[in-house]
Design a protein around this ligand. Structure first.
Ligand code: ZN
Length: 207
């Protein structure tokens, strides 16, 4: 399994393109700059199977409409994020000049613990509210895509609509309870590891 990281847009959002030896791929957070996403898919000869949104903030979905026009794939998102996806204020997309999808026909709404198969690999969706109500992480052993819930030695903001500090702390605790060697791939900034954040993340070590 290979993971490409594209850092996209004004907010330097991490967009991940994951693919296997058969060149089948999925994308996590088509954040911005569809032309670069498309170029990357084409240059690697990838067959995009689906997209996943960790949450619906404008800086994570900026290329979604363009992506769906060219690649009409299903989009997995947590059920509790629908409200944000329909609202420019909640999704901060108005502020960021991003247009929301016109309809949800491409969407597959998921719940905590649901799994999908990616060509023999198991992906598990983990509800991680706190940054947004329907934030989710995606676990694909040994990787976890964490969106804006946990970052290297930090956590996501909770001062946006629907944010909740207590909830983000429990979500982060849930993430670091996964196997120690789980590699955390956040929505912004550098990757980290579950064991490291468990020991060193200042937000998780307040007694
Ligand atoms: Zn966000």
């Amino acid at each position: 399994m290979k993971i490409l990281t594209l850092v996209l847009g004004l907010y330097q959002t991490n967009c991940y393109i994951v693919y296997n030896e058969k060149k089948e791929a999925f994308i996590v957070d088509p954040a911005s700059d569809f032309s670069l996403i498309e170029k990357t898919l084409i240059s690697h000869g990838l067959d995009l199977k689906f997209a996943i949104l960790t949450h619906a903030h404008g800086d994570h979905i900026g290329a979604l409409n363009d992506l769906l026009e060219v690649y009409p794939v299903p989009v997995y998102m947590h059920r509790d994020e629908v409200k944000a996806l329909k609202n420019e204020r909640i999704s901060l997309s108005g502020l960021m000049g991003v247009s929301l999808p016109q309809d949800l026909k491409a969407f597959i709404l998921v719940d905590d613990g649901e799994e999908v198969d990616f060509s023999g690999s198991k992906l598990k969706f983990i509800h991680c509210p706190g940054h947004t109500p329907g934030g989710m992480s995606i676990y694909m052993k040994p990787f976890m895509f964490t969106g804006d819930t946990i970052f290297y030695r930090s956590i996501g903001r909770t001062d946006f609509p629907g944010g909740d500090y207590e909830k983000i702390i429990s979500s982060c605790e849930k993430i670091v309870s996964y196997p120690e060697d789980t590699i955390l791939l956040p929505g912004h900034g550098m990757r980290t590891q579950a064991s490291e954040e468990k020991a060193l993340n200042p937000f998780l070590n307040q007694s």
